[in-house]
Design a binder for this molecule. Structure first.
Ligand SMILES: [Zn+2]
Length: 150
């Protein structure tokens, strides 16, 4: 997989936010179980999860096509901020780690340096993901674009 042009931000909605490594690892596990057993995918759909414990968790990881945003999977890295972010923004540490993870991906050549950042709802109708509060937050981030070019 070459450097991808898009980064797509998600929230987990359920499970809700996590604060310790144990809670966050369990949350990742429960998302993985859901994606495998209910969605019948071969692994967790997201490339990465980020927890309220300030850690990034590997899902499919770099260089693998995820299952998180139809039409964009092969061209994007999908990052899920664990929690329900409709009404509250994630803690600062969770936001910072997400930004660091993206920067790392750019530095390592997994993400194009001129990438475009989207919230999931922009590339899929019928979802409120990544939640109103988080969606508002990412609109202030570098590389966010309100223009969607499929
Ligand atoms: Zn989503």
């Amino acid at each position: 997989m070459n450097a991808v042009p898009y980064v797509i931000i998600h929230h987990s909605f359920t499970p809700g936010e996590c604060h310790t490594q144990k809670q966050c690892a369990n949350a990742m596990k429960s998302i993985q179980n859901y994606h495998r057993e209910v969605n019948k995918w071969n692994d967790i759909g997201y490339n990465f999860g980020v927890g309220g414990d300030g850690r990034a968790y590997q899902g499919r990881g770099w260089g693998h096509v995820g299952a998180h945003a139809p039409n964009y999977n092969s061209q994007s890295i999908g990052i899920c901020l664990i929690g329900d972010w409709r009404y509250f923004v994630p803690p600062e540490s969770q936001l910072e780690v997400t930004k660091k993870l993206i920067k790392y991906g750019v530095d390592q050549g997994f993400i194009q340096s001129n990438y475009t950042l989207y919230g999931h709802r922009q590339v899929r109708s019928n979802t409120e993901c990544p939640g109103d509060a988080l969606y508002k937050e990412i609109q202030t981030w570098e590389h966010y674009s309100s223009i969607v070019t499929p």
